[in-house]
Design a protein around this ligand. Sequence first.
Ligand code: FMN
Length: 188
Amino acid sequence: MNALDTLQYRTSSPRLMDPAPTHEQLDHLFKAAVRAADHGLLRPWRFLTIRGQARSLLGELLVSAARQENSDFSAAQAEKLAGKPHRAPLIIVTIASPKPHPKVPEFEQALSAAAATQNMINAAFALGLGAMWRTGAPAYQRIVNQGLGLDENEKIIGFLYLGTKTGAEKPKPDADYSGLVHEWGEVG
Ligand SMILES: Cc1cc2nc3c(=O)[nH]c(=O)nc-3n(C[C@H](O)[C@H](O)[C@H](O)COP(=O)(O)O)c2cc1C
């Protein structure tokens, strides 16, 4: 797929199945990630891959976090939440990992981590893989962050669910940007 088609027509795939991306496909994704715009070339991001039984460990973390926030969390809710990481054969967790810098605020470094994530979903689409960027409450829960080994200053930017597309193909997205773009500073 050519680059402009990828950028203009990418869609997310909420329904994913085996097989997971191959080693070679993942290599393309990470090479795309590290080409994100990056003020000061700080590489203020890192990535975790979670697959196989490790997805159940993540599910347990999600349930622990939800139980801590809501003591009425039912067994049925726990079972549903525990199954969420199994919605795809592979999850990449993008982590903003800011580096101290006199000119590059942490906010910009988090933006760069988001750009790296977007590069990965674009690369996935170009390769014909299914991808879905998710966050939800778990991205912000202390138990989840600690369980995944984040430092205090790090943030989860996304859980990138990856696999083989299943279900109906989404229609081509509407690329209409009228109303979003205005010429500023015109005189007369
Ligand atoms: C930071 C971020 C977090 C997101 N979290 C979720 C999420 O938790 N659940 C969800 O259904 N979609 C989430 N989305 C949106 C989807 O990834 C997707 O972009 C959206 O469903 C629109 O589909 P499209 O990408 O095909 O246009 C998130 C997007 C971003 C940028």
